[in-house]
Ligand binder design. Sequence first.
Ligand code: SIN
Length: 480
Amino acid sequence: MTYTDLLFEKSFVNGEWINENTTQFEIINPVDLSIISRVYNDDRTMVKRAIDSASEAFKTWKKTSAKERSSLLMKWYDLIIANKNEIATIMTLESGKPIAESLGEIEYGASYIQWFAEEAKRNYGDVIPGFTTEKRIITLKQAVGVVGAITPWNFPLAMITRKIAPALAVGCTVVIRPSEETPLTALAINYLAHKAGFPKGVINTVVGTNASEMGKELCENSKVAKISFTGSTTVGKILMQQCSDSLKKMSLELGGNAPFIVFDDADIDLAVAGAIAGKFRFGGQTCVCVNRILVQENIYETFVEKFIEATKSLKIGNGLDTDVKIGPLINSKAITRMQEMITDAIKKGGKVVLGGNFIAPQFFEPTIMIDASVDMLLAKNEIFGPIAPIFKFKTEEEAIEMANDTIYGLASYFYTKDLNRTWRVREALEYGIVGINDGLISSEMVPFGGVKQSGQGREGSKYGMDYYVDIKYICIGNVE
Ligand code: SIN
């Protein structure tokens, strides 16, 4: 099989490839702006059709046994792993992600399917002591119903599987609306799910460019029980408003503004390696990427020097070349955002000590900005690109205050060798995720999610299925 055998051009609804609109949109390779493929541009009407089909399928899917669902998920997992090279090529072509990272994402994304295939068999309820002598009490965890999954371009596979694997495991059916920048990976894995044997209507993917109307249908349609969204805080708030009328359940994995604190007792080389991994993963385009590097004043120069040296070694180019570590940014808007942030930071006293330049057609050099300050755009906003601003702090209290001075609360990182400090700082950081002496924190085995305006709910781990079930309490009375 070559990757072209996994290229599809239309929505997958009710077990078949289908399009209502005859117009197509182009999927662009961000490396050279060439057209990879054209996909039929479906919209709200097709989303509604997909919801109807998922709602019909739910009637029987929810009654399947946990073992049956588990074994289908495992077959899907095996097919994704067996085709990982082909899917990775598609992912790199449409997102620009370096091929090693695409392969890493496939293993990471598939691991959610494997994990929830196992967890499907452990969707336990409780037996609760009766509150009077003749009562017996149990709880059941039952699938909420149809789930709408709205997913971003930065993890074209993993953000889908992280949502739908737990949903499918407990007996929900799903309608996926992938980003219009990266629909090809989504269609490829939906095809593999079909091959694995999922019944028609259980997994549907609708592709199209009209994100707001498609999202509106998912949020407003009364047949949808739950929305799971990964994307910006701004869009998350809009979806929440749209869901309020029907009081839909929501999981929201939104923006971040991750601090990366380096204390003066840290292993500086370890911190530099962590900052490189945490900052430049997919060119800085992940929600948990390091956004603000805070370094204690007496080691500031040493850290900066070593960080510049390490960053210089990152090769920029086409992600299909295995040496490349930094691919293109996803679109021209991202380039403009980088340029605006740099201009603003320079005006406010920042100094670019490495990079800072746009390279046609759509690359931005890994950039280091020193003397960064809290009033800069790049301190307040999610950068989502390869700019690393470095701030100076004097004391632990100041570092914590700076770290928490944001509306976001997804990932945070700090480096220290002091055991007492690890306790103090981890407890003080207002974040859903804290990496200590480690810049890579993602896994299917851990609860991923944020506090404050970074969202609600957790994905992955033993908690992941909880967000797709209702707990039903059953009281059996008058037991003699
Ligand atoms: C994200 O950027 O939304 C997810 C990052 C991850 O799973 O590590």
